[in-house]
Design a protein around this ligand. Sequence first.
Ligand code: SF4
Length: 342
Amino acid sequence: MRANIELDVGRKTFASGLLTELIAALRQSRPGDLVAVVGDEQSIGPELETWSRFTGNPLLEAKAENGRTRWVFRCGAVPASAEERRPVGSRLWLYTNFDCNLHCDYCCVRSSPTAPRRELGLERVRRIAREAAELGVQEIFVTGGEPFLLEDIGDILLACSTAAPTTVLTNGMLFAGRRLESLRPLPRDRIVLQISLDSPTADLHDLHRGPGTWTRTREGIQRARTLGFRVRLAATVSTDVEADQFRHFLDQEEIAPEDRVIRRIALRGAATDGVALSRSDLVPEVTITAEGVYWHPVGAEDADLLVTRDIFPLSESFAAVRHAFEREGEHANKLARIFNCA
Ligand code: SF4
């Protein structure tokens, strides 16, 4: 993980000057910057972790390299949003396949045309949908890689939308032939197409997603609208300036607020830059892949976000996520109490 500041602390510990070095590094940093601490004393790890939790600078990674250890923490917490107050289990994410017709350079799960297909499969999706409805899931999100690569995506979406209102995330480039046909029977009042479009013009979108993709996505958006689907536009951006430009474009296009998603690139998967996110930054949104149940869709193949390999019964896998969330919250509170000074 690349850091903004590399701090070589040698043999220093908290008893011998490490804290001063950390404070100096924080003073040079902006919120969101990454600071790497490289040291010879592996034993400072637990104290460093405690310090990072206590001060709200989350520890993201610890790696041993050539007899030394390198810890990376982020300056400051990710700002809380209203969405984080959503109850755990109200949203359910399904990764249907992982392969994709595109190879975006920031894809958080490394999807691409050569990524092996890891398919949930229609029968498993049907069972998930049945059990999700019983558990009171409010919204289902279906993502791929690119879900419209699947022959039976129409049936998958029908099963999901019977259980709860469903949003399918797509790059919108495959709406032709049988794939276009698979859209026709879907209920317009239960299914939203969330189509990725990163910029008002082709340059930035094509830079991340490949030449010609912006134009084809625009065509896909038009086709989906012509078929009567509600389309939500979702941009992945690197800077505030890019976000503002896209917002301006959405205003011009008269896109309703509820049909806009603008998010930062997450430093996960194929991304080499972006917002570094640890498990403790993310309120869980139960995410199911062929490999198991994950904490959040943003890292749905990363070991640190795996909760359980057992998908069924869904009531138990949901309970496992909730339990882990409560346990980890308690841990944070306990650390805060340990550091209570009076
Ligand atoms: S970001 Fe989306 S469109 Fe791009 S490779 Fe990943 S899954 Fe495919």
